[in-house]
Design a protein around this ligand. Structure first.
Ligand code: SF4
Ligand code: SF4
Length: 375
């Protein structure tokens, strides 16, 4: 039943993965690779980052062993779910020479039916944001829509916050409140290791029928709530969003943009790791004989010169204008464009910026300079 909360013991977690795979889902979730927790196909509990956690700060990410065997005892890594819904490289169509003309074959590949395992609340909000961008406007992206349509979501409530998280400021976490089929809270309490599982949809309830469960007791629910509150108190960063749009629009010529431009390497990392950034470019590739061609869509970034190139040059030629564009789009013009902020407070852009540029610090510096002028 929707809204029901039950207990799944840790030793039965594999049965949840099995039930999803038997239903034809490709289960994707967190796993350790190249000293980071990334998202990829997983078939077994053993594929999860058991006993690992992450340490994060501006420009810093390290994996560390935990003292326990938690399955979801870390926060978010460099990947986000957009890599499955909005792939980094996507073939749009292929063309083949046919006598004097050519024949075009659009990409109509049926995408896999994904089950996302371990989606954090901020990431659910990022998916809602991309839903608006790709499917709620006048122009619908059929590739995103086809991938998104059949996704089964197993959310995980955060019981610890990362060093760069600020979801509380953005009202996007740490508890998943909507948009999931099942939501888990992982609890290690003495010798016991179990999950409080909330049912979000009838589909979720149906999958859970195939997994051993028992009713959640008031104490289980209380522990789960306390752990989530603990994560909310631990946020590594804060962002004051009061009138943020007006603040940024008023300060387009603020000297802080020059300071940040002096540090920014224009490496594009912040846009690649951001779960809401969606910009792309298209490339046409032909084979050496000239008989076949392909049009490919790739992630692009507002930090590249090419991205804003129009006849005669780039519209945003300076690093200052590119950083300002990115930050003001995320936190101000996104609100005008899509009705929400473009930032969910996941902290990835802070962690993965090689020079530790911090979106929360930049806004704070601009806000504080205004306050000091009025005092
Ligand atoms: S702007 Fe940074 S903190 Fe906000 S959603 Fe993107 S990566 Fe996360
Ligand atoms: S802000 Fe940091 S991550 Fe983003 S382009 Fe500049 S140096 Fe790279």
């Amino acid at each position: 039943m929707i809204g029901e909360r039950v207990i799944v013991e840790c030793q039965d977690f594999q049965k949840l993965l099995d039930a999803l795979r038997q239903k034809g889902y490709v289960t994707v979730g967190p796993t350790v690779r190249d000293r980071a927790i990334i998202y990829d196909e997983i078939a077994s509990v053993e594929d999860l980052p058991i006993g690992w956690t992450d340490e994060q700060d501006g420009g810093k990410y390290r994996l560390k062993r935990r003292a326990d065997q938690a399955l979801f005892g870390y926060v978010v890594g460099p990947h986000s779910w957009k890599k499955f819904l909005h792939p980094p490289v996507l073939s749009l169509w292929k063309a083949r020479k046919n006598g004097k003309g050519f024949e075009i074959t659009p990409n109509r590949d049926e995408p896999p039916r994904y089950a996302f395992i371990g989606v954090r609340s901020c990431e659910l909000h990022a998916i809602f944001i991309q839903d608006r961008v790709f499917t709620n406007g006048k122009f619908v992206d059929p590739h995103y829509q086809a991938r998104r349509r059949n996704v089964f979501i197993v959310a995980v409530n955060c019981v610890q916050a990362g060093g760069t998280c600020f979801c509380v400021s953005m009202k996007t976490g740490p508890k998943a409140t909507a948009g999931f089929d099942l939501a888990l809270t992982e609890i290690l309490d003495g010798q016991r290791h179990y999950f409080v599982v909330e049912v979000g949809t009838t589909l979720g309830a149906d999958i859970l029928q195939r997994v051993p469960t028992k009713p959640a007791q008031p104490r289980d629910l209380q522990i789960a709530e306390e752990r989530i509150q603990q994560a909310a108190r631990q946020m590594g960063r804060q962002l004051d969003t009061t009138n943020i749009k007006e603040l940024l629009y008023r300060n387009l010529e603020h000297p802080r943009w020059d300071e940040v431009a002096a540090r920014c390497l224009n490496c594009v990392n912040c846009t690649m790791v951001c779960p809401t950034c969606f910009c792309t470019t298209v490339e046409d590739v032909t084979d050496l004989t000239g008989s076949e061609a392909e049009r490919v869509r790739r992630w692009d970034s507002c930090f590249t010169m090419d991205f804003s190139y129009v006849h005669g040059g780039s519209v945003r030629a300076s690093a200052k204008s590119r950083y300002r564009q990115w930050l003001t789009h995320k936190l101000a013009s996104w609100i005008d464009q899509f009705g929400t902020s473009g930032c969910v407070g996941c902290g990835r852009c802070i962690t993965w910026c090689p020079v530790g540029i911090d979106i929360t610090e930049e806004v704070r510096a601009i806000r504080e300079s205004e306050l000091s002028r009025t005092q």
